[in-house]
Design a protein around this ligand. Structure first.
Ligand code: AP5
Ligand code: MG
Length: 215
């Protein structure tokens, strides 16, 4: 099963993808995480991507397409994968169609203001990528990841002005993907404003019913 989780910055893609990937034994591919790792390790890719990330702009399509095409060749993708943050433009989506099959695209619906509020207080785990929020999704122990015990960090692109820019970019370049996937009958919406556990349950129910249909 090859899935895409779509949604604006702060809609909960990372939160749901990590859990869903574990439940369904899918490779979780977060392009944002791949880029942040490249920035941390000061690789050539990281140096190229840093400026785009910190100004809220998209890294050029050609760079992203090559990264994902290579990543999908890995052994852990053979039984299925979950894309979190890719595709983000129509061109990326078209190229993705050329090299793999996508079974379903799930769009998380959350209003812009809620996304801004969530990102203003988000904490991220540098170890496993889980995300937390002291207001509505706190870790069990303050500042420590429930899953892997790493100390939580703040992301460099979560400043309010950068978040606004990321949301503008989402509306202009990524939101058109909703219609793109709707046209091929592979899009499902999920209410992203419920509690994370409830959303996960809804996603699991939906995927289980789809799997039965695909068999
Ligand atoms: P990326 O890392 O993909 O960031 P994003 O899409 O902006 O999304 P976020 O990771 O900020 O939010 P999320 O939807 O994962 O929400 P989360 O689960 O964390 O990309 C970063 C940058 O990399 C891009 O701006 C771009 O520069 C570059 N890039 C990446 N991919 C690219 C591509 N394909 N092409 C070009 N450039 C690319 O949740 C947010 C917060 O809300 C957390 O605090 C969480 O705990 C909380 N929360 C989650 N769910 C709930 C809930 N149900 N109720 C209450 N709180 C919740
Ligand atoms: Mg994320």
């Amino acid at each position: 099963m090859n899935l895409i989780l779509l949604g604006p910055p702060g809609s909960g893609k990372g939160t749901q993808s990590s859990r869903l990937a574990k439940e369904f034994k899918l490779a979780h591919i977060s392009t944002g995480e791949i880029l942040r790792e490249a920035v941390r390790s000061k690789s050539y890719l990281g140096e190229k991507a840093n400026h785009y990330i910190h100004t809220g702009q998209l890294v050029p399509d050609e760079v992203m397409i090559e990264i994902v095409q290579e990543r999908l060749k890995a052994l852990d993708c053979k039984e299925g994968f979950l894309l979190d943050g890719f595709p983000r433009t129509i061109h990326q989506a078209e190229m993705l169609e050329a090299f793999t099959r996508i079974h379903l695209v799930v769009a998380l619906k959350v209003e812009e203001e809620e996304c801004v509020q969530r990102l203003a207080s988000r904490k991220t785990c540098p170890g496993c990528g889980l995300t937390y929020n002291p207001v509505n999704h706190p870790p069990k122990k303050e500042n420590v990841c429930d899953q892997c015990g790493a100390v939580l960090i703040l992301r460099g692109d979560d400043k309010p002005e950068t978040v606004r820019e990321r949301l503008k970019v989402y509306v202009k370049l990524t939101a058109p993907l909703i219609e793109y996937y709707q046209r091929t009958g592979r899009l499902e919406f999920v209410d992203g404003t419920l509690a994370p556990d409830k959303i996960l349950q809804n996603l699991k129910n939906m995927l289980q019913s789809k799997i039965l249909l695909w068999k």
